[in-house]
Design a protein around this ligand. Structure first.
Ligand SMILES: Cc1ncc(COP(=O)(O)O)c(C=O)c1O
Length: 351
């Protein structure tokens, strides 16, 4: 029996829809390194308005956007405070060390969420032996934290504390759109606590690529120079910016569908012996779960599910991530939930 694979590995696997492709084909373009691409300029203005900041810069990836921010806010020898499972520290190829010469001081959160009380003693005293604490980076939603939404009041408390101590604040908002849709809290309200915010279009919003850094005009002007240094200056980038503009129009509200589909999968996983949701509540489109070693390790379980038609991501020795997105329909979510439950339930029964 052959299967059409249901790909739950990541929300980055989506392909542009016919409507998005049409918008890309029709995009007005110019040379964006000259600042002359009308579609890029429109997107940047739109984002600055949406997030309540002065300016925005379109960049190829979330990694570049985050790493530009780290460089903007620090000098070599500085330190940033971040959560132990965050993307900036774990999954950006050592960017803070390589590109900015800064140390990361990691603090274990509650599934990615930090409380201000955990940060209060982490600022280094002014002493020539020590690094200088300069920047706090938060992530919303938190990928490794199971797609958790940062409670707004926790962000506001951290921001107030950081500002009081002269620290800059950066948000990795690769999936901020999911937090916006799940809570109804506006983008500008989330962004108000931060100096800079990175947002991505290539995750839940379904564009082929593209992210943006948003913040005050002087910082974004400096960010342009760093983007060029990193090789991220693009020419007729309006073709991709048009996809992002289309996604802002058509693919934000529908993230609620992804969240609903994630609940279908979460319920099946919770009901399968040997699988444990971590954290137990799924809040957005990411579902992380641990597999009991009696079922095998995460890679073995992922291969078994693949043979039944479901792709998931083995993210640690016993940890698996599944993810709902634009290219997973409700019927597919139901089918995948059924396959996961039936396949692994049976394995436990055999064991
Ligand atoms: C939370 C988070 N931040 C940043 C990124 C980096 O984005 P990109 O893959 O576009 O570099 C990702 C990628 O999945 C992510 O999950």
């Amino acid at each position: 029996m052959t299967h059409t694979l249901i790909d739950l590995r990541s929300d980055t696997v989506t392909r542009p829809t016919p409507g998005m492709r049409a918008a890309m084909a029709a995009a007005e373009v110019g040379d964006d390194v000259f600042g002359e691409d009308p579609s890029v300029n429109r997107l940047q203005e739109r984002l600055a308005n949406l997030l309540g900041k002065e300016a925005a810069l379109f960049v190829p990836s979330g990694t570049m956007s985050n790493q530009i921010a780290v460089k903007l806010h620090t000098q070599p020898g500085d330190e940033i405070l971040c959560e132990a499972g965050c993307h900036i520290y774990n999954y950006e190829a050592g960017g803070p060390a390589v590109l900015s010469g800064v140390m990361c001081r990691t603090i274990e959160g509650d599934h990615g969420i930090l409380d201000v009380s955990q940060l209060e003693d982490k600022i280094r005293p002014d002493n020539e032996h020590l690094v200088r604490t300069r920047l706090v980076c938060l992530e919303n939603t938190h990928n490794r934290g199971g797609g958790r939404i940062y409670p707004l009041e926790k962000i506001e408390a951290i921001s107030q504390w950081a500002r009081h101590h002269g620290l800059a604040m950066h948000l990795d908002g690769a999936r901020l759109w999911n937090a916006i849709v799940a809570t109804g809290i506006r983008a500008a309200t989330w962004a108000a606590s931060f100096d800079t915010v990175s947002v991505c279009f290539s995750k839940g919003l379904g564009t082929p690529l593209g992210s943006a850094l948003v913040g005050p005009l002087d910082l974004i002007q400096r960010a342009r120079r760093i983007r060029k240094l990193l090789g991220g200056g693009m020419r007729q980038a309006g073709v991709v910016a048009a996809a992002a503009l289309y996604a802002l129009e058509h693919h934000v509200e529908r993230l609620a569908d992804d969240h609903r589909h994630a609940q279908i999968l979460a319920q099946a996983i919770a009901a399968t012996p040997g699988l444990q949701l971590i954290p137990p509540e799924v809040e957005t489109n990411l579902i992380w779960f641990e597999v009991d070693p009696r079922l095998g390790n995460a890679t073995e379980v992922a291969l078994l599910l693949r043979s039944k038609g479901v792709l998931v991501h083995a993210a640690g020795p016993q940890m698996i991530r599944a993810c709902t997105h634009l290219d997973v329909s409700q019927a597919q979510a139901e089918q995948a939930a059924e396959i996961i439950h039936r396949t692994l339930h049976r394995v436990v029964a055999i064991v």
